[in-house]
Design a protein around this ligand. Structure first.
Ligand code: HDE
Length: 706
């Protein structure tokens, strides 16, 4: 990929200037009295340059500080008029510009990408009738039910305040102490411990609006809705050992992947889908639709495809776009409205409030990235960094006659925003409805809907997280919570972290209590006990290798035509490769080495491919790095491609016996694909292995070091 920076506006000019536009003649020495004398105040260029530098940083976001973003567009498949009057949801020929920021939640701005965490997925739609923000996450539920607990949640998960440890990690006493006392978090905890917590790529994860919102149509009819983004490729995640190593080998792993795929023309694509429940069915289901710790199983409330989003342009400037963008769940357009979800209600305050500190005042909507494409007209004025001039001379109030009553109020049928006239009554209390007290049904649903390997990953993630907790009482309390979800899982977790599993009589008592509570609460309501759509493995189509990155191992004497064929083939399928060798330049002009072993790692690739060639294979056999690459790739259950005598190289690794050939080029492990040459047959098998992503059959083979 050509890495030369694009010519930005400003770089077209020949001369550097001060911020006042005065051409600069010299910027390498400050103005002094004599060559060895003091710098003097006259040096206005120095003072301006230094003043600006001194104030380059702004406060990072209190959560979601680390993010990466892209521009693109959104288009509906068909008019959504029966459900919503939002203009950007009407016309399939219309492209609405979007800006999407993906993020981790817990880490500071400079933290690593591949930590176990929730990912933010925030979309700003610049619609013709104003900005609409869908500020979502890659998990459909949340830790808490009421926004008033958010500061406690975030304090518990962020680094402990005395030592500021650990960075970007939930694996510490404070977080699990809090969680052990917050049963409402159990469903979300299952998601965080699952493979969803370590996405391979921002373009290979789902996004969710989480809360229940409303669609309102032209007749004023309301549907409760949940919004989802589905990637157009399969989802993909990292394995935990790989994620931790990638955090060191390339802390920008997800950010780089997003940037490079867009530069390559491999545009991330997502489908917007909606689940809808008519107003009158609000109480039909075995979950409270205002509770953000609950999802609506797709098997019960099917998804309707709304349209497609394509991210096709990288930002030009990280700060003025990715950093200064300000999202807010209350940025709504006519046709989309709120509900009484108490988590959502609290967010409506927080997102505006936080920008005052972060972006320095109330005029952040005027920053170019936040500016609506629709015309802005009102009587707001002044404030720090005000740019916008309403051009109304003396008239800055409403109602008025001196400006003919303008700007005037828009009637509802001209898309003036009117809140849904929901009837509300009740006593002023601090409390929650009964339905919110079912903390375990959907945690159980999630765990039991996983495949065996996904369940194993959840248990292992809990071993890691709780294994880092020092206080045994906290570990015990979390395990006890887990017994309310699934006794078998709880027992496995307990055994891995030195907690004594509960006696069967205690387990039975817990399970009976949970069951009795749930049955009593939800009797006669619609529910499911299995939801295959929650499992990334079960929904995998394995029909594409878009976005896959292969590490090609080769040394001097390797068959360059194999490399070229492979690269062309990958490109055809929107995938990518890097040639990895012991040294740069070993192939002279014949082939470019992209990475030396010292500058890369197997964890940064989705597959390793070994090129044929006698001399090359012999050199690799002498190189511990090559051997480690293959062992590690195998250990992480990723495909390995071998051409010609490359198979012989396996003799040197720890995996030879594990993939014993039972016939020529026919390994017992379908993820190890070999061919005499880079033929169509080979590529067809390799495609299948890559599209499967992981070959989990290996994960029990623990003998391989890595
Ligand atoms: Fe946020 N959240 N959040 N959040 N959130 C912020 O706003 C907050 C929640 C989400 O890329 C902050 O501008 C409260 C759920 C994303 O710029 C802050 C509560 C969901 C982003 C804030 C929540 C999210 C944020 C920090 C509990 C998924 C990054 C900086 C009631 C639906 C947006 C900022 C970006 C950012 C508050 C819970 C998603 C402090 C009080 C649930 C994707 O305002």
């Amino acid at each position: 990929m050509d890495n030369k920076p694009k010519n930005q506006p400003g770089q077209e000019h020949d001369y550097m200037t001060t911020n006042q536009g005065v051409k600069i003649n010299h910027t390498d020495d400050s103005l002094k009295i004599g060559e060895r004398g003091p710098t003097i105040m006259d040096d206005h260029h120095f003072r301006e340059k230094m003043m600006h530098f001194d104030h380059e940083r702004i406060p990072e976001r209190v959560v979601h500080a680390r993010g990466s973003a892209a521009h693109g567009y959104f288009q509906v498949y068909e008019s959504m008029a029966p459900y919503s009057k939002a203009k950007f949801l009407q016309d399939p020929s219309k492209k609405t510009p979007v800006f999407v920021r993906f993020s981790t939640v817990v880490g500071f701005k400079g933290s690593a990408d591949t930590v176990r965490d929730v990912r933010g997925f925030a979309t700003k739609f610049y619609t013709e009738e104003g900005n609409y923000d869908l500020v979502g996450n890659n998990m459909p539920v949340f830790f808490i039910q009421d926004a008033i607990k958010f500061p406690d949640l975030v304090h518990s998960i962020k680094p402990e305040p005395d030592k500021e440890i650990p960075q970007a990690a939930a694996a510490h006493d404070s977080f699990w102490d809090f969680i052990s006392l917050m049963p409402e978090s159990m469903h979300m905890i299952m998601w965080v411990l699952s493979d969803r917590g370590v996405p391979r790529s921002y373009s290979k994860m789902e996004g969710f609006g989480v809360h229940t919102f409303r669609f309102i149509n032209n007749e004023g009819k309301s549907h409760f809705i949940k919004l989802h983004w589905k990637p157009l490729t399969d989802m993909a995640s990292l394995v935990w050992d790989e994620a931790q190593k990638a955090a060191g080998k390339d802390p920008d792993f997800n950010r780089r992947d997003l940037w490079e795929s867009i530069e390559m023309g491999n545009y991330p694509e997502f489908e917007l889908c909606v689940q809808m429940i008519p107003e009158e069915d609000e109480h039909k289901f075995a979950f409270d639709i205002l509770d953000a710790t609950k999802l609506w199983p797709e098997e019960l409330v099917p998804l309707k495809k709304v349209g497609k989003m394509v991210l096709d342009r990288n930002p030009e400037d990280f700060f003025t776009e990715t950093e200064q963008v300000a999202f807010h769940p209350g940025h709504l357009v006519s046709g989309i409205d709120l509900t009484n979800d108490p988590l959502l209600q609290g967010r409506l305050f927080s997102y505006l409030d936080t920008q005052l500190t972060r972006l320095g005042g109330p005029n952040f909507a005027e920053l170019p990235i936040n500016r609506p494409h629709a015309k802005v007209e009102n009587n707001q004025q002044d404030g720090i960094m005000r740019h916008h001039n309403n051009h109304r001379n003396a008239v800055n109030y409403y109602p008025n006659t001196r400006a003919d009553g303008k700007p005037k109020m828009a009637p509802e049928d001209e898309q003036g925003y009117v809140h849904y006239p929901q009837e509300v009554s009740g006593k002023k209390i601090r409390g929650r409805s009964e339905g919110f007290k079912d903390h375990y049904s959907q945690a159980t649903l999630f765990y039991r809907s996983m495949t065996d390997i996904e369940k194993k990953h959840i248990v292992e993630a809990a071993w890691f997280e709780l294994g880092k907790v020092k206080e045994m009482a906290i570990r015990e309390r979390v395990v006890k919570q887990f017994y309310h979800i699934d006794a078998d899982m709880a027992k496995q977790v307990a055994e891995g972290i030195g907690v004594k599993p509960l006696e069967q009589s205690e387990v039975d008592k817990i399970q009976q209590e949970v069951k009795a509570f749930q049955e009593n609460l939800w009797s006669g309501k619609e529910n499911v006990t299995d939801s295959p759509s929650l499992s990334m493995e079960k929904v995998k189509k394995a029909d594409s290798i878009k976005g896959v990155k292969v590490g090609i191992l080769a040394e001097k004497g390797a068959n360059v035509s194999t490399v070229n064929k492979l690269k062309d083939w990958l490109k055809e399928h929107n995938a990518d490769a890097e040639v990895v060798a012991s040294q740069f330049g070993v192939f002279g002009d014949e082939l470019k080495v992209d990475k030396s072993y010292i500058t890369t790692a197997s964890v940064l690739y989705d597959s390793i491919f070994i090129v044929d060639g006698k001399e090359s294979i012999e050199a690799m056999a002498e190189n511990g790095d090559s051997i480690h690459f293959v062992n590690e790739c195998y250990k992480h259950c990723k495909p390995i491609g071998l051409i010609g005598n490359a198979s012989e190289f396996l003799e040197n690794t720890s995996i030879r016996k594990l993939v014993q050939a039972n016939g020529e080029g026919n390994w017992s492990d379908k993820g190890v694909v070999s061919g005499k040459e880079a033929s169509d047959d080979f590529f067809s098998d390799y495609f299948k292995a890559l599209a499967m992503q992981r070959h989990w059959g290996r994960s029990s083979k623990n003998k391989v070091p890595a």
